[in-house]
Design a protein around this ligand. Structure first.
Ligand code: ATP
Ligand code: DGY
Length: 523
């Protein structure tokens, strides 16, 4: 992971430039200017969910420094504060929490990805590192996002800390994506290796994160409310950075402070669905059978306050605000984009076409068939709260540049052995879709980026494309379809126009899934 966390310096913020679209040459030049604005909007989205600002928004101390306020709840502080955390963004969250509450902090333990301290240090992100004499002990583990011995040691230390607490204590739990792999505590006789194998098999067969984490909860001492139970009778405040569509607290990092609502039957259905029930190790069958007859039932979590402090929606709201500052009519489509990357790319390609006709009705009357096709595709993708009508209506009255914003996490079914990531693949596919549409009357730019700054196993966060992509690629002898067939989007963008279409932010220290930006402007 240390190598994978290689960092690039942040994109320098270019001054804002007016939107000068026009003839082919001016259009390409202004395309670069819009790409720069797209990068800035992406960075502002990420900036809204960085650990420091988030923690400061979520927590406040009264002037005497003895009452901690979280939302509408107050907690008494008197040298009784403990901290645990697990997840990819937790180092920066812990640093911010210690800076704010350090005088009350007795002890802390966090579990973070291998190599993250070196990577953040290398990136010059001092604010995301703990101070030299910090009271927080750091464990690094879960190489490749898989539970390992190091993560197991961290989980045991976290469990021990929680079990030692009393009714006078307050436990602050910092949670972010990647937390499941960083907090493995299999219920005996299930071994770490067995849990790892089952997780890998489920993921490889296409299980959703909801399904995966239902199984993880059933086999873990700390997930599904187990950590909250271990900390009882202490009060527990969980601050959660969401990396799951819809922000379900019981799914993010497998809900260690949320009572699990699942039963053994749910687990067996999932294992059946992926053809894994017959081959289950004896230990897993034993644990599931035991849970079935557990007289205590699921953990209760009345002593817990779970708070989502950062999410994709929050990041989008900031980017929307910034887009408006830049003079765009900005509409958030959804923070819950999911589904196969091919369908999502088709959706954006068609959306650009239909939105374009709404934007310039006098030049290109809206096509009823395309409109219907777009709605059909949207229905197939089952995106909750999709603001499609609102976006299309906004086009009608915009009379100028428009920015549509969305977020979420499409899925890629890997077929080839190429190098790429969800975001670069989506951008390339949208580029391929755009060549199907004439779009002569509007200029279009699409950007997709992962908010953690690392798209799949590449050093880029994502990429941006314009309808000119196909001709640019052809001019450099690059066949988009061949690269797509091998899931080789990163190689494609590395070879295209001196890598200028890649989005590079370096590791950001946060993670609220992906951001998609679609810019449209009448010519
Ligand atoms: N060659 C590739 N082309 C396209 N997508 C890829 C490729 N290789 C990996 N991926 C995708 O990258 C994702 C894994 O990337 P990553 O390690 O960033 O995890 P992640 O799910 O994005 O984690 P996080 O939620 O922390 O962002 C998977 O969705 C996988 O399908
Ligand atoms: O850790 C996990 O379970 C995933 O990142 C979802 O939160």
């Amino acid at each position: 992971m240390a190598a994978a966390l290689q960092l690039l310096s942040c994109v320098a913020r270019a001054p804002l430039r007016p939107l000068l679209w026009g003839g082919p040459v001016a259009r390409l030049a202004s395309g670069m200017a819009v790409a720069e604005q797209a990068r800035q909007l992406f960075e502002s989205a990420v900036g809204a969910v960085l650990p420091g600002p988030m923690l400061h928004r979520a927590l406040s101390l009264d002037p005497g420094g003895r009452q901690l306020k979280v939302r509408d709840r107050s907690f008494q502080l008197q040298q009784n504060l403990y901290l645990v955390g697990f997840g990819k963004a937790v180092l920066g969250m812990a640093a911010a929490a210690e800076e704010l509450l350090g005088q009350h902090l007795v002890q802390g333990v966090i579990s973070v990805p291998k190599g993250i301290r070196a990577a953040l240090e290398h990136a010059g992100k001092q604010e995301m590192l703990l101070k030299p004499h910090s009271r927080v002990q750091v464990f690094e583990g879960a190489e490749g996002n898989l539970p390992d011995r190091d993560a197991l040691r961290a989980a045991l230390a976290i469990q021990q800390l929680a079990e030692g607490l009393t009714a006078d204590d307050l436990l602050l739990v910092l949670i972010s994506g990647g937390g499941s792999a960083l907090l493995p505590a299999p219920i005996p006789p299930v071994t770490l290796e067995e849990k790892q194998t089952l997780t890998k098999l489920l993921a490889a067969r296409g299980a959703t994160i909801q399904e995966l984490n239902t199984i993880r909860k059933a086999l873990s001492q700390l997930k599904g409310g187990g950590l909250a139970q271990a900390a009882y009778p202490a009060q527990v405040v969980s601050l959660i950075l969401s990396d799951v569509v819809g922000d379900p607290v019981e799914v993010i990092a497998s809900g260690p402070t949320v009572a699990s609502a699942h039963n053994v039957q749910d687990c067996l259905h999932i294992l059946n669905r992926y053809g894994l029930r017959a081959a289950l190790p004896r230990s897993v069958k034993t644990v599931l059978a035991r849970a079935d007859s557990d007289p205590h039932g699921p953990h209760t979590c009345g002593h817990v306050l779970n708070v989502i402090i950062g999410s994709n929606a929050l990041a989008l709201a900031e980017a929307q605000r910034q887009a408006e500052v830049l003079g765009y009519r900005a509409v958030v489509l959804s923070a819950a984009i999911q589904g196969d990357v091919k369908s999502v790319a088709q959706f954006y390609g068609l959306l650009a076409q239909v939105a374009g006709t709404h934007l310039t009705p006098s030049i290109a009357g809206a096509s009823v068939e395309e409109d219907a096709k777009l709605h059909e595709l949207a229905a197939e993708l089952q995106i909750p709260d999709l603001q499609l009508e609102e976006a299309l209506e906004a086009m009608g009255g915009a009379g100028g540049p428009v920015c549509l914003l969305a977020g979420g996490e499409p899925t890629v079914q890997l077929q080839g052995s190429g190098k790429g990531g969800r975001n670069q693949e989506l951008a390339l596919r949208v580029g391929a879709e755009l060549r199907r549409w004439p779009l002569r009357h509007i200029d279009v730019l699409f950007l997709s980026g992962g908010t953690d700054g690392q798209d799949g196993p590449t050093e880029a966060a994502g990429a941006w494309v314009m309808p000119e992509l196909a001709s640019q690629a052809a001019a450099e002898g690059l066949d988009m379809d061949t690269f797509l067939a091998h899931n080789d989007s990163h190689t494609f963008f590395c070879r295209l126009q001196g890598r200028t279409h890649l989005l590079h932010t370096g590791l950001t220290g946060t993670n609220v899934m992906d951001i998609h930006l679609l810019f449209l402007r009448p010519r």
